[in-house]
Design a protein around this ligand. Structure first.
Ligand SMILES: Nc1nc2c(ncn2[C@@H]2O[C@H](COP(=O)(O)OP(=O)(O)OP(=O)(O)O)[C@@H](O)[C@H]2O)c(=O)[nH]1
Ligand SMILES: [Mg+2]
Length: 223
């Protein structure tokens, strides 16, 4: 039996995937979490027990620096609020709401306007920059700000959030081609009636971690 401390990088239907001591452990959470009403989340640091037969369980999660409910993520340094300039059209209401949540929780918001090859976003960039919020634009077809984004991820725990179809996964693939995250055209998403990314996953990149998360639909967040 061995006790280890690690980082939850994925949580799927009662199973937690924890990176500890350079290995990945699939763990079940003990009943104690249900009783306490705590749900371990991606980004949590957790103490786990690994039995001799290789099975592992989460004993407890360490105190959180911060926590956001949707998508459930813990201990973030930066939250990239991804919005496309076109298809889907940007909603400043959504960007502002998420920015406010991030600031209130001590997480640095960074607004990223994707698909900048489809429309001009200089006005949006200037509005957010003038408000003191870091804002950049990106296109997977002419990725000018690649280096700046990569350096913002360095040594931090970050997450990408935003509407479904804005290009969160495409952007991560563009920065780190080795990730090979699944992406899909918006028409196919609508046809299937679901999001392409279905679980939040923390990827280890350039000395930090970044979570790709399932996109939300505008109706969810405006309520
Ligand atoms: N023209 C253009 N299209 C892009 C750009 N980035 C992403 N796309 C397209 O947008 C579509 C959606 O991209 P995804 O990366 O799957 O979007 P997502 O935000 O991860 O969506 P969910 O996983 O459902 O939340 C794909 O067809 C991409 O090729 C871009 O910079 N320019
Ligand atoms: Mg995605």
């Amino acid at each position: 039996m061995e006790k280890l401390t690690g980082l939850i990088i994925k949580a799927i239907s009662g199973f937690y995937y924890i990176e500890a001591a350079d290995a990945l452990y699939e763990c079940k959470a003990r009943g104690v979490f249900r009783k306490k009403g705590i749900s371990p989340a991606v980004g949590d640091r957790a103490e786990i027990t690994v039995l001799d037969d290789g099975t592992a369980s989460v004993d407890q999660i360490l105190p959180r620096r911060n926590y956001i409910i949707r998508p459930p993520l813990a201990n973030l340094d930066r939250l990239f609020i991804v919005s496309s300039v076109s298809e889907p059209t940007p909603s400043t209401l959504i960007i502002d709401k998420i920015t406010a949540v991030a600031v209130e929780k001590g997480i640095e918001p960074v607004v990223v306007f994707t698909k900048s090859d489809l429309a001009d976003c200089s006005e949006l960039l200037s509005i957010y920059s003038r408000a003191g919020i870091k804002a950049l634009s990106y296109s997977i077809h002419s990725p000018a700000d690649k280096q700046e984004l990569i350096s913002l991820l360095e040594g931090k725990i970050s997450a990408f959030t935003g509407n479904t179809g804005v290009g969160k996964s495409s952007l991560l693939n563009s920065l780190f081609p080795e990730l090979e995250i699944e992406t899909a055209e918006i028409s196919k998403k609508l046809g299937r009636g679901r999001h392409t990314t279905r679980h939040s996953i923390l990827y280890k990149v350039g000395g930090g971690y970044v979570a790709d998360t399932p996109g939300f639909s505008t109706v969810d967040i405006e309520r």
